[in-house]
Design a protein around this ligand. Structure first.
Ligand SMILES: [Zn+2]
Length: 90
């Protein structure tokens, strides 16, 4: 399981996505983007515009996607149950 933020994916907020594969992350990020688009969130609309510019250039888009995938794969793997640092001893 890995965590990546909306911002790290070229988005506009610190929303965290958790998934084991980049494909899942891409799907989650897409869904989140659609939600933000429907809410007309200005920051996300701007980020989406930039993405659409990028999509006009298939080579640049491919490169971007591969870079993000690499970035995701380089992230540390999280152990199940994750929040160990937040546990308090009573
Ligand atoms: Zn976002």
């Amino acid at each position: 399981m890995k965590t990546i933020t909306c911002k790290q994916l070229g988005g506009a907020c610190d929303k965290k996505f958790h998934a084991a594969s980049f494909d899942e992350i891409a799907a989650m990020s897409k869904q989140h983007g659609t939600e933000m688009f429907q809410k007309k969130d200005a920051a996300h609309l701007k980020a989406m515009n930039e993405m659409q510019e990028l999509m006009k250039k298939p080579e640049a888009m491919k490169k971007w996607f591969e870079n993000k995938k690499k970035e995701f794969e380089a992230l540390p793997e999280e152990k199940n149950g994750g929040n160990a640092t937040n546990q308090q001893h009573t």
